[in-house]
Design a protein around this ligand. Structure first.
Ligand code: ASP
Length: 461
């Protein structure tokens, strides 16, 4: 591997990788060979390569896939390159094999692709991902994920997968629906989040659950959103909101320290403010508290608590601001049960904000049947609707449901901040466009009639 070659001067090695760049100097030719561990300068000298090698050498182009055998040598002082880890050595090639040729890529891969048309980058995402910045982003994403997994495992959490084909869970968005072939006229819904399942796992005695969960929301084009995104989702039994907030604060602090030590956390413990204070003081429930908004390494976290339980939509209807499973501030329980002054009821909900983005959000939940039922009533659901939509949750609460609460991160946003990127598409391997198209696979796309018939679907023209 290229990353190991710095200590191998004098040895003959075999390397495999891509031609990152090629510089023809007439008598000799230089290749920057790239693999997942780095870039190495390879010197091709016709007299060393022999007749066959000479021919090959002429035909080499950017992004060709090569196996090269050669000797690692110290560079002479004047050609040392301090900018790359292998800058003190180079390889003198003795044998080249072309493993595969490559067409000229639609954009240059040895340069940052930030300025390239995004539709082209997304269509050729597998090439875009070869570039240095994108490689860094997806590998950092992996390291952050591994860090969270290890941290949470040490804290006694169990990672559990929950279903993708399920029934709706109300998190305030439109849902993707999947027709059932085996049960005509019936549908699955893709989960907006594992909310109900994770609460049921608390009833199941798991006590500490987490999951890197894919969430699906069929939203209209609005800002920097993706129809599918990732959450680090967790739930805990027998906790107060301070316990959940403390866990996440320790997780984030440890993550920044170990994975991105160049970042500086502006203030610890993270400041806490109520929704009311945030709105009055900053006019926003996600205030950007950075001292220097141009400092790419500053991370200014703050907690926002005591969100309103309900909000009124444009059409006058009332919905749960976070979701209907949040418990309410104990001081407001009276208002909840009586239904008086319900818009002033505060939810036992909390968000973690960083640099003006909401990056985690959660709440202490309701675990009592009558309280949960009351929320559904206040949201205007009829007893029949409550039963068909949420009967299973109400029933579960009757079998010894422990008090519980949890939280979930918008993991893509966390990565966007850690990678200093302006949008979440830069930290997702295969993102969709702002209007939810996958340009690489060409989705969504029409289906043949046979498939539609099998799925019992008739398309409206
Ligand atoms: N399910 C919630 C969400 O997706 C997070 C939580 O309450 O834990 O926003």
């Amino acid at each position: 591997m290229i990353g190991e070659t710095s200590s191998l001067a004098g040895q003959t090695v075999l390397l495999k990788g891509w031609v990152n760049a090629r510089r023809d100097m007439g008598k000799v030719c230089f290749i920057d060979l790239r693999d997942r561990t780095g870039i190495l300068q390879v010197v091709l000298v016709p007299s060393v390569l022999g007749e066959e090698g000479k021919e090959l050498m002429k035909g080499l182009r950017s992004e060709y896939v090569l196996a090269i055998e050669g000797e690692i040598k110290d560079r002479d002082a004047k050609s040392i390159n301090e900018n790359i880890p292998t800058g003190k050595i180079e390889m003198l090639a003795t044998k080249i094999t072309i493993l595969n040729a490559a067409k000229t890529p639609p954009f240059e891969l040895d340069k940052d692709t930030r300025g390239i048309n995004e539709e082209v980058r997304l269509k050729y995402r597998y090439l875009d991902l070869r570039t240095e910045r994108m490689q860094k982003n997806i590998r950092l994403r992996d390291r952050v994920m591994q860090h969270s997994r290890q941290f949470l495992a040490k804290e006694g959490f169990t990672e559990i997968e929950t279903p993708m084909l399920t029934k709706g869970t109300p998190e305030g968005s439109r849902e993707f629906i999947v027709p059932s072939r085996l049960h005509p006229e019936n549908f699955y819904v893709l989960p907006q989040s594992p909310q109900q399942f994770k609460q049921l796992l608390m009833v199941a005695g798991v006590e500490r659950y987490f999951q890197f969960a894919r969430c699906l929301r069929d939203e209209d084009q609005r800002g920097d959103r993706q129809p599918e995104f990732t959450q680090c989702d967790l739930e805990m039994s027998f906790v107060e909101r301070e316990d959940v907030m403390d866990l996440v604060e320790r997780l984030m602090t440890d993550m920044v320290k170990t994975v991105t030590p160049e970042k500086v956390i502006a203030q610890t413990p993270f400041p806490v403010m109520t929704y009311k204070e945030a709105m009055e003081k900053y006019g926003s429930d996600k205030p950007d508290l950075r001292k220097d908004k141009n400092d790419p390494n500053e991370m200014a976290f703050c907690w926002v608590v005591d969100f309103p339980m309900f909000e009124t939509l444009d059409d006058g209807s009332v919905q749960a601001m976070h979701h209907p499973f949040c418990s309410v501030n104990p001081e407001d329980r009276e208002k909840l049960m009586s239904g008086n002054d319900m818009m002033s009821i505060r939810a036992n909900a909390y968000d973690l904000v960083c640099n003006g983005y909401e990056i985690w959000g959660g709440s202490i939940r309701i675990h009592e049947r009558d309280v949960q039922n009351r929320i559904f009533e206040l949201l205007g659901l009829s007893p029949e609707e409550i039963q068909t939509k949420f009967g299973h949750m109400l029933e579960a609460f009757e079998f010894g449901a422990p008090p519980h609460g949890g939280i979930a991160s918008g993991f893509d946003r966390v990565m966007m901040i850690l990678c200093n990127e302006p949008n979440i598409r830069e930290v997702i391997a295969f993102p969709k466009t702002g209007d939810a198209r996958d340009l690489l696979m060409n989705a969504p796309s029409p289906l043949p009639k046979k498939s539609l018939d099998e799925a019992n679907i008739q398309v409206k023209k």
